[in-house]
Design a protein around this ligand. Structure first.
Ligand SMILES: Cc1ncc(C[n+]2csc(CCOP(=O)(O)OP(=O)(O)O)c2C)c(N)n1
Length: 654
């Protein structure tokens, strides 16, 4: 019954609809998302929660002249559907299909690109200030008048990110008239945490209408028989505590940001009314909207916190048309465990052996495997919210007092905490371990989430040890080694299924800065790093079929490098081939080149070929397709190595 949705080719088509029809349209968008995303997989629960919000915002605002910014963008599917991308929704997150988050290249209605949380409010303040400047300077393009309005939609999880507060403080200070819609469903991916989340809960459970601070202040002095004046006389403190009781959202009001709430986020009419009020104010306003993650999909909505967490994203084929759960069929042959799982269990084992070991996540308990630690040893576990910078500083604090913190943060999100790693952990030589899941190409989540840079950004830092396991057994050994090492140490491992080797019953420490030779051969020496070792082993196998028998080594460390191993390989082979899943710029291969060059080995020694990620953002799609696109497959590498050997041969014989 997509009567209305079929007619919506862009936000302009919403103009002719009355509020009942808008409400119906939101439900049609929801059903379409359940059917589509339930089948192909993708972000799910958050999108079912924003159907009414997207319809209401697009009906009140005039996008793209007015700017609607979706923080993270994982909840922007209804927005995509309403802005001309309805028919392409079945391609979302797939190679060549719609982007997983908002993308400036994809649509003029996607005002900012994102994927990482807590950025929208800052963009909003910048955009609105630029609009003001342009008006003042007379730089307005035709059709730009009147000045656009700016609305950022920020989840209660994303609100906990520190940079979001930097934006609010700036907006309050400048009195920039932006509207921040607080999309509050009580959930981050897992249940939201921290004092702010508790505050939102209190507001949600006890909404007192939408009084703004001015109304309460006026009300206080209008109390009967001079009570108001008496309150005034009793002093500012009592006045403040009475206001705090009567004025919801005082927290924001105190930052000079007006507050409107709590609004039912599934009532289009109510959202439109609140938005019109907020957009009319000449100062920043937070509109607090209460939504349900997974709204309209029973397993999420009725499954409590667990249901909502489980349906943050839908697996492909998990929902059939009409919202029924798909029959999973008989279980297949057992597959190797996920790296995430192996890490989670290994950390539990470490914490059991040494209670000083503490696991820290920034709102990614499930994604990092730390939910097992949370369940089994809750005293050794912290979720700090979407607050990567704080996570690292918090770890530094723990380390200063003799704890052994392990920051389990995806490679891509650790980028947020770069200064803390340099300035607060490495310079201070603190005993903090960084465990980076999702290193390398992550697949469907695309360029905002690929872990493409950590080797480069970490190996530049003094005192840091940088390592990567080639399989799940080595992951267990490396976690042990990182915890045992006195100083900062980082390990990276990829998303997805591990190799399938047996796990050690007891982890052993690996000597820092030592590589390992896996196969001895001649002419070509592959030096793999992390997941690159498996690719190197594959390439060597292809070359063996062509009559070349390469040496294969696992470097294990990008810093410090195993210089002895490198120099002996350089002395005995024509070609050194490095393989890594990181940008080539500054990565592991660069480290090898630097070492060989600095030691004078390069001039007289072997050729060096480096394989890794190119100097461009790699798109989204299944990892196999992406590996093919960037040439990081055993076959493609073997081809290039064989060609390089042939070239050397012909030069020699010329
Ligand atoms: C910097 C950063 N850290 C972690 C994440 C992973 N992440 C994606 S969505 C999400 C939850 C966001 O919660 P909220 O803003 O409340 O949105 P909801 O999904 O509840 O609608 C998290 C933690 C991220 N995208 N960016």
């Amino acid at each position: 019954m997509a009567d209305l949705l079929d007619r919506i080719d862009g936000p302009d088509d919403l103009r002719g609809l009355d509020e009942d029809e808008l409400q119906q349209l939101a439900q049609e968008v929801r059903e379409y998302i359940i059917d589509t995303v339930g089948e192909i997989g993708g972000h799910f629960g958050a999108n079912l929660g924003t159907c009414e919000l997207a319809v209401a915002l697009h009906s009140v605002l005039d996008s793209p002249r007015d700017k609607i910014l979706w923080d993270v963008g994982h909840q922007a599917y209804p927005h995509k559907v309403l802005t001309g991308r309805r028919d392409e929704l079945p391609t979302i997150r797939q190679y060549g299909g719609l982007a997983p988050f908002c993308s400036r290249e994809e649509s003029p209605h996607d005002i900012m690109g994102a994927g990482h949380a807590s950025t929208a409010a800052s963009y909003a303040v910048g955009i609105k200030e630029a609009m003001r400047r342009r008006r003042e300077l007379g730089i307005t393009a035709e059709g730009d008048e009147p000045e656009g309005r700016v609305v950022a939609v920020v989840g209660d999880g994303a609100m906990t990110g520190g940079v979001n507060f930097e934006a609010l403080l700036n907006a309050g200070g400048l009195e920039t008239p932006v509207v921040i819609v607080l999309n509050d469903n009580g959930m981050s991916i897992s249940p939201n945490v921290g004092a702010l989340s508790r505050y939102f809960n209190r507001l949600r459970l006890n909404p007192r209408g939408w009084q703004a601070r001015e109304a309460v202040e006026a009300g206080l002095t209008r109390l009967p028989a001079g009570i108001g004046e008496r309150i005034e006389r009793l002093g500012p403190q009592l006045k403040e505590s009475i206001k705090a009781f009567w004025a919801p959202g005082l927290f924001f009001e105190e930052l000079d940001v007006a507050y409107v709430g709590v609004i039912d986020g599934h009532d289009v009419k109510a959202i439109r009314r609140a938005m019109n009020q907020a957009l009319g104010a000449n100062r920043p306003v937070v509109v607090h909207v209460k939504t349900v993650k997974g709204k309209g999909f029973a397993p999420a909505e009725e499954g409590g916190l667990e249901g909502m967490e489980k349906w943050h994203a839908a697996k492909p084929g998990s929902v059939e048309k009409g919202g029924r759960l798909a029959d999973k069929g008989a279980p297949g042959a057992p597959t190797p465990p996920q790296y995430t799982e192996v890490f989670g269990q290994a950390l539990v084992d470490e914490a059991r052996a040494d209670p000083r070991v503490i696991g820290i996540t920034a709102a990614m308990a499930g994604g990092t495997g730390l939910s097992v630690l949370c369940k089994e040893l809750p005293d050794n576990y912290y979720d700090v919210g979407i607050a990567e910078q704080h996570a690292v500083l918090f770890a530094a604090g723990l380390a200063l007092e003799g704890m052994k913190p392990v920051c389990a943060i995806y490679s891509t999100f650790l980028q947020r905490a770069y200064d803390q790693i340099i300035h607060d952990v490495c310079l201070q030589k603190l005993d903090v371990v960084f465990a980076m899941d999702r290193a390398g190409l992550v697949g469907d989540d695309g360029p905002t989430h690929h872990g493409s840079y950590d080797i480069s950004y970490l190996r530049a830092i003094p005192n840091m040890v940088v390592m990567a396991p080639r399989d799940e057994a080595m992951l267990v050994h490396m976690l042990r080694s990182a915890i045992a090492h006195d100083g900062p140490a980082a390990l990276r491992y990829p998303r997805g299924t591990a190799v399938g080797v047996p796990l050690p019953t007891r982890p052993s420490e690996i000597r820092i800065g030592t590589g390992e030779t896996l196969a001895k051969g001649e002419r070509v020496a592959f030096v793999g790093y992390g997941a690159g070792v498996q690719i190197a082993l594959g390439a060597a196998a292809v070359l063996r079929e062509r009559g070349v028998n390469p040496t294969v080594c696992d470097a294990r460390f990008a810093k410090p490098l195993d210089r002895e191993l490198l120099h002996s390989l350089a002395a005995s082979h024509e070609l050194l081939v490095t393989v890594e899943e990181n940008v080539l710029a500054g990565g592991f291969g660069s480290a090898v080149l630097e070492q060989l060059s600095d030691s004078g080995t390069l001039a007289a020694g072997p050729g060096v070929l480096r394989f890794g990620l190119p100097d461009r953002y790699v798109t989204h799609g299944k990892p196999a397709l992406l590996h093919e696109e960037v040439g990081l497959t055993p076959e493609r590498i073997a081809e290039r190595v064989a060609a390089a050997l042939d070239r050397r041969e012909s030069i020699r014989s010329a």
